[in-house]
Design a protein around this ligand. Sequence first.
Ligand code: ADP
Ligand code: ASP
Ligand code: MG
Length: 406
Amino acid sequence: MLIVKKFGGSSVANAERINHVAQTIVKSYKEGNQVVVVLSAQGDTTDELIEKAMEINPEASKRELDMLLSTGEQQSVALMAMAIEKLGYPVISLNAFQCKIYSTSTYGNARIKDISTERINNELERKNIVIITGFQGVNRRLDITTLGRGGSDTSAVALAAKLGADICEIYTDVDGVYTCDPRIVKNARKLDEITYDEMLELATLGAKVLHNRSVELAKKYNVNLVVRSSMTDAEGTVVKEDTKVERMLVNGVAVDKDVARIAVMGVKDEPGVAFKIFSLLSKEKISVDLIIQSIGREKIKDISFTVTKGEMKQAVKIIEDNKNSIGFDSISYNDNVAKVSAVGAGMATNPGVASMMFEALYDAGINVKMISTSEIKITVLVNDRDADRAAVAVHDKFMDAGMQIG
Ligand code: ADP
Ligand code: ASP
Ligand code: MG
C-alpha cells in the first residue's frame, strides 16, 4: 500500500515525540508499505516565528513572513529523517521546492495548484521513506509560500490525491473528530465516521482538527481520510462521502475565536453601498463572513460584518481610506468576539433547531450579537469570553434533548 501519514506540531514537539513517531513510521514501512510522511513545525514553532518577526517589523511583508514561517517545517523533516536514519532505515527529507509543490502566489494563504510526483516516486522506488514539509508551496516565481495556518493537513491530502495513495492518515493530539472540541466540551463524543460535507462545514466554522481546504480536496479526489492519535492506537474517525450513520439533526458544534467584528455606521440607504465595501475588501483578498445590515432609518443604515482577527486592521484601513467614495459617519471594530456554530444536515427540515439553540444560550445568560443561518448550520457571534460556555450550553442542549449528536 502507498500511505501518506501526516503528523501535527504536538506530535513532533520534542526529541522524544520525534523518536516515537519515527517508530510508528518504520513499523508501517516494515509491513511492506510505501510511506510518505508530511510534517508540521514542532510544537509552537510557527507562533514563535511570527513573534520574532513582529518584534523586528510588525508590518513585515507577507513574502518575507512566508520565507521565515516555512523554516519550521524544514526543521521537522530533517530531524525526523535523522531519527529514522538512527533506526537504520532508508529515508530522505524533501521540501516543497524539491517536490515541486506549486501554489498560487498569495503569500500566507496560498493554494496548491499542482505537485510533480517525479522526485517522490523516484525516492519511493529507491525504497526510501519520504518525509515532506507540510504547509509550504512555491509560486510561479519559485518563491516560497505558505498555505494558511493548519495548512499541513492540506499538503498531506493533496499529496495523497496526486500520488494516488491508498490512505491518508492525519495523526494529531486527539484520537479523532468529536462532536465538539474535546478541550472545550468535556463530554463531547468521538465520531467513528463523518461525511466530507459535514467535516468541511465543521472545519470551516472553526474545528481546527482538519484544515478546511484539506477536506475540500479529500472530497474532490475521494481521498480515503482518517484522523487519529499519534500517541495511542485507538481507532480514529473516517472522513468519507457517505456514512452508515443516519442523517442527524445536529452533528457537531464548532467554536472559532479567530474573529473580529467591524461596523460601518451611517452609510446611505441606497443600492450599491454594500457592493462598494465588499468589493474593496475582496480586491485585497480579505474574506468577509457574517454580515448584518440594519433596517434603514432616515435614509441611513449600518453594515456590520466579521473578518479574521489578523485582517481586522487592514480591513478598517481600507474602509477608512475610502471614506469619501463609500460615504459613512463612523466605523467601529473589536476583536473580543467569537463564533459558535451548530452543524447538521438534518436542520433544513427541522425548524426547531434554531429555537433550541437560542434557548440554550438564553438559559446560560449569553448575549448574541449576530446570527447567521443556512440549511445546515446556525452560527452566532458572542463575546469571546462567553464562547466556551456557549459551546457547552448548545452541545448539552442537543444531547439532553435526546437528539443524537454524531
Ligand atoms: P495538529 O498540530 O496535529 O495539526 P491541531 O491543533 O491543528 O493539531 O488540531 C487538533 C486540535 O483540534 C485538538 O487538540 C482539538 O483541541 C481541536 N479540535 C477542535 N474541534 C475539534 C473536534 N470537533 N474534534 C476534535 N478536535 C477538535
Ligand atoms: N505549522 C503550521 C501552523 O502552525 C502548519 C500546520 O501546523 O499545519 O499553522
Ligand atoms: Mg492542525
